[in-house]
Design a protein around this ligand. Structure first.
Ligand code: SF4
Ligand code: SF4
Length: 376
């Protein structure tokens, strides 16, 4: 049975946070894994350049606490990530700075990966995806620590430990994978392929400030007060998804992971340590407007494509707030967004509802629109 530790913590104050991470490392024996001369690669979620107070990115003080515990063993700390958009050294330096990581890393002697090298590799166990480009430090890392942000997600419903590993694919090659796997089920299976390949040794989830509503970037901060950790990223996600009032089996990537024997199916199959689950539970956590197309599968086959198109939420641009930066168009795998009079415009006939555009919009002016009938 996989073990997940849940801890209530409402602050990023290092004096409170570092003892929590220290206890987590002791509980799971992480200190015994690390040695002088090793490099631990820390993988936060830095989906876009954003003030950590907005709760879209893993908080730099959270990463600092983990990095400082790693350093106690004599191992080096390397922070690596690839957000959406172009993946280039100058962009990445600006990104780290904009998310509050540059100063934090310098103050602690952590390295920030800005070489932006990647390689196409085979995923031998892959069921849906047998080959993918991966950012260099994640290939053969001495020790990989997954540091996701707890968030909702407009395409796959929930973003945690497994989804965070999609950030190991370099920038604009992410939309290519969206294009190869436009359906949510196939996309989720690809995420499971990636997670199985990358196999982080440890996961610590930042849910102190989580994001609810239209995540992963356009939702609202929720002061959830949660730190969750474990060896198995699927188990950590099952525990946290359940805590947020979701049914883990309804989250495609978690169900697929369980079917493949990579993680537990239900909360009952997870050994919980730490604080009381019921006291931490947030069943009112606002969910993302993810499509629910189950009933479509009960329609005659010939009607399904049309019905699916009808019920699946679509991105809608608030033109008044759009500043014409073009970041949405840059990230669109279907090249279906154009700028007209310095305002973004979507050709919805070619849209595959991947919501990359929503993730990348710095103004948060792309909303998830679903038919009002389906809100009932
Ligand atoms: S318009 Fe947005 S949701 Fe549609 S394909 Fe492009 S990026 Fe994806
Ligand atoms: S990313 Fe947002 S602000 Fe920029 S062009 Fe697209 S919709 Fe407009």
């Amino acid at each position: 049975m996989e073990t997940v530790l849940l801890k209530q913590l409402r602050t990023y104050d290092p004096d409170a946070l570092e003892p929590v991470i220290d206890r987590i490392f002791r509980t799971f024996g992480v200190y015994d894994d690390l040695r002088p001369g090793m490099t631990a690669v820390l993988k936060p979620n830095l989906i876009l350049r954003s003030d950590p107070a907005a709760a879209a990115v893993t908080h730099p003080l959270f990463v600092q606490a983990v990095g400082r515990c790693v350093q106690k063993t004599g191992a080096r700390v390397l922070i690596a990530e690839s957000p959406g958009g172009p993946y280039a050294p100058g962009v990445m330096r600006g990104h780290f700075k904009g998310c509050g990581y540059t100063q934090m890393a310098e103050a602690n002697g952590f390295l920030l990966y800005t070489d932006c090298q990647s390689r196409e590799v085979a995923l031998p166990q892959g069921r849906r995806c047998r080959q993918a480009p991966i950012v260099e430090p994640f290939l053969g890392a001495d020790y990989l620590i997954d540091l996701p942000k707890v968030k909702t997600h407009s395409m796959v419903g929930y973003s945690g430990a497994v989804k965070n590993l999609f950030g190991c694919v370099p920038g604009l090659q992410k939309p290519e994978l969206h294009c190869r796997f436009p359906e949510r089920g196939d996309f989720s299976e690809m995420l499971v392929d990636l997670a199985e390949f990358l196999a982080p040794q440890f996961t610590v989830m930042d849910g102190i400030w989580a994001m609810e509503g239209d995540g992963p970037t356009g939702g609202d901060r929720r002061e959830l007060g949660l730190v969750a950790a474990g060896r198995n990223p699927f188990a950590a996600d099952v525990a946290v998804a359940a805590l947020l009032g979701m049914v883990p089996e309804n989250v495609d990537m978690l169900r697929i992971g369980a079917q493949r024997g990579l993680g537990p199916r239900t909360l009952g199959e997870v050994e919980l340590l730490g604080d009381d689950f019921a006291a931490l539970a947030a069943p009112d956590f606002r969910k993302a407007k993810v499509s629910s197309t189950d009933f479509v599968d009960r329609l005659p086959r010939a009607l399904r494509p049309m019905a699916k198109k009808w019920v699946t939420p679509r991105p809608k641009i608030d033109r008044k707030r759009c500043v014409g930066c073009g970041k949405c168009a840059e990230s669109c795998p279907q090249h279906t967004i154009t700028l007209v009079d310095r305002k973004a415009q979507i050709d919805s006939s070619r849209c595959i509802r991947c919501f990359c555009c929503q993730e990348m919009c710095p103004q948060h002016c792309i909303q998830v629109k679903r038919l009002s009938l389906l809100k009932l």
